[in-house]
Design a protein around this ligand. Structure first.
Ligand SMILES: C[S@@+](CC[C@H](N)C(=O)[O-])C[C@H]1O[C@@H](n2cnc3c(N)ncnc32)[C@H](O)[C@@H]1O
Length: 230
């Protein structure tokens, strides 16, 4: 792995350009993924590496009880990929549709609130219609306004909300409902400018004892729910 350091925005949170030596690229050959990605890519700001990982993780949750949850939907691209990967599950999508919320100057180095407001629910419902899936959209700040709409059982949750407080509160609300072998996928982990989200995820990982943590170098962190000890 070759690395070039560049200046950190926050003490104790070093960044460097990471270029893995690995070259295997299954997203180029997976016809099911390519079909939906071609439609969804205009409605996501997430790169193809993370999109493919989300799609494959969702497929592998087919035998885990519960629904799909996404907090941080924007125009619906990543949500549509999960919904198509798991067509038998309901997809619950939570967003303010007025942009990033809960910015906290103590932790968030880049976000000031209101970013990514350039969307609306119609864009999401149109995308879902185009990929042949159904969206259950819950508009408002999560968890403050929309916690009641969270399904009792969750098989996969994608948390893509950019700021410290939103990441932390989203996770704390969702984790009790995630079923054994279900997964929480955090976007923004290790992304430059998302130091608040990074810190929230590190605090979560340090405090959770029934989750298997994976730091993927593509900007995702995963927490896989483990069975309770007997
Ligand atoms: C980076 S965008 C999501 C990107 C999207 N997953 C994609 O496929 O490109 C972040 C979204 O999180 C939403 N958001 C941030 N904090 C939130 C909160 N506490 N509750 C609901 N939505 C929130 C913003 O409105 C924004 O649409």
């Amino acid at each position: 792995m070759r690395q070039t350091r560049f200046e950190s925005l926050k003490a104790g949170c070093s960044h460097s350009q990471i270029i893995p030596f690995a070259t295997y690229s299954p997203w180029l050959d997976d016809e099911g993924f390519k079909t939906v990605y071609e439609i969804a890519k205009a409605c996501t700001m997430v790169d193809i590496y993370r999109c493919y990982e989300l799609y494959r993780l969702a497929q592998q949750c087919r035998n885990v009880a519960g629904d799909i949850v996404e907090i941080g939907v924007w125009r619906g691209g990543t949500a549509a990929l999960m919904a198509r990967a798991l067509p038998e599950k309901a997809a619950h999508l939570f967003d303010t549709f007025t942009g990033v919320a809960k910015q906290d100057a103590r932790f968030d180095t880049f976000y000031s609130g209101g970013e990514h407001a350039d969307t609306d629910e119609r864009i999401v419902t149109d995308l879902f219609a185009a990929v042949g899936a159904k969206a259950h959209i819950h508009r408002g700040i999560f968890p403050d306004d929309t916690l009641a709409a969270l399904p009792a059982k969750v098989c996969i949750a994608h948390i893509d909300v950019d700021t410290y407080q939103s990441v932390k509160q989203s996770f704390e609300s969702i984790w009790p409902n995630v079923q054994t072998n279900g997964v929480v996928v955090f976007d923004d982990y290790a992304i430059f400018g998302c130091e608040g989200a990074n810190q929230a995820i590190n605090e979560i990982v340090a405090s959770v004892h029934n989750g298997l943590f994976v730091h993927n170098l593509n900007g995702h962190a995963l927490l896989i729910k483990q069975a309770a000890a007997v």
